[in-house]
Structure formats: structure tokens, C-alpha cells
Design a binder for this molecule. Structure first.
Ligand code: CTP
Ligand code: ZN
Length: 160
């Protein structure tokens, strides 16, 4: 077989979003985070553990017709900090966004300490975590000091 024949490329998309450079093995988490099940009827292409010069291996998710909300982009940063978001219009990349984790994450995650003031039933304070370490991710509650690990974050955002 010629090297040309050996390559099966995932199709380009016409309009939508390509989430590229996802850490290898996390594509299904990304779909779950975006609430995509496949039953929506839109075209979704997914590639896992494909060779990447930058990451060694990476996952890619392409969703036809999808536009990410700011909230979705913020959550995505936490489970796929290496990801690049490409907005596709008429088959061309119209916007390329490199996402990143901010120093402080407010309102997205829940503290694991049941006695934390961010978990009060009446008038709780909005949660806020400071990044202690990025690889693997380690966060610390700004109110009670409880740590949140990368595993905790993935579980909270994707439901396990
Ligand atoms: N892509 C797509 N459909 C299009 C255009 C691009 O699915 N109509 C995908 C490409 O396959 C690639 C990503 O969108 O996975 C980004 O495209 P492009 O910027 O052309 O690729 P690179 O230059 O390799 O991107 P980067 O520099 O971010 O690695
Ligand atoms: Zn707390």
C-alpha cells in the first residue's frame, strides 16, 4: 500500500467547531462536558490517540454546527488545557483560540468540604479556587483551603 493510501483523514467540516490538541484519551469527556450524546443528529467526528508533534498523542473532536458558549469554553479549559478551538466557516478556519486555565476559577466548581461557606444552603458564597499546580491540575479553595485534584475536576465536569 502506498503511504498516501494508508492515511485515512477525518473529514473537514463546513461550519462548526474543531477542538484540537485535546489531551489523549479525553475526547469522550469533552463530548460529555458539551452535553453531546450523538442523538442530536449533528455530524460529530472524533479521533483519539492520534500522533501529534506537540503532544505526542492527541484527541480531536469536530462538531458540525456547534458554537461554544463562554461557559463551555471555561469548563473545557479545565479538562483540556492544551486544546485549541477552531471555528470553521465555509470550510476555512475563521477563528483559532488557544484556551488556558485562569489563575482563579470562580463559580464553576464545587468545594468538597461540606462545611465550606460556598456550600451553605442559605446565601452561599460563590466558589473560588486558586491554581496551585497545572500539571496535573491542583486547585485550592480560597475560602477553606480544601484541595481539588484534576480527577475531582474531571468528575465534577463530566459526571465521572
Ligand atoms: N479543520 C476541519 N475542517 C475545516 C478546516 C480545518 O476539520 N474545514 C480542522 C483541521 O483538520 C485541524 C483543525 O481544524 O484539525 C485546525 O485546522 P488548521 O488550522 O488548518 O490546522 P493546523 O495549522 O495544523 O492547526 P494548529 O496550528 O492549531 O495545529
Ligand atoms: Zn471550600
Amino acid at each position: 500500500m502506498s503511504s498516501e493510501e494508508k492515511v485515512l483523514k477525518v473529514s473537514k467540516i463546513e461550519h462548526g467547531t474543531v477542538i484540537d490538541h485535546i489531551p489523549a484519551g479525553r475526547a469522550l469527556y469533552v463530548l460529555r462536558l458539551l452535553g453531546l450524546t450523538g442523538k442530536e443528529g449533528v455530524i460529530i467526528s472524533l479521533a483519539m490517540n492520534i500522533p501529534s508533534r506537540k503532544l505526542g498523542k492527541k484527541d480531536v473532536v469536530k462538531v458540525e454546527g456547534l458554537e461554544l458558549s463562554e461557559d463551555q469554553v471555561n469548563k473545557l479549559a479545565l479538562i483540556a488545557p492544551s486544546a485549541t478551538i477552531n471555528i470553521i466557516k465555509d470550510y476555512e478556519v475563521s477563528t483559532k483560540m488557544k484556551i488556558s486555565i485562569p489563575e482563579v476559577i470562580s463559580g464553576i466548581l464545587k468545594c468538597k468540604n461540606p462545611n465550606c461557606i460556598t456550600r451553605k444552603e442559605r446565601e452561599p458564597v460563590i466558589s473560588s479556587f486558586r491554581v496551585v499546580k497545572r500539571k496535573p491540575l491542583l486547585l485550592r479553595c480560597e475560602y477553606c483551603g480544601r484541595f481539588l485534584t484534576e480527577e475531582d475536576v474531571v468528575e465534577q465536569l463530566t459526571g465521572g
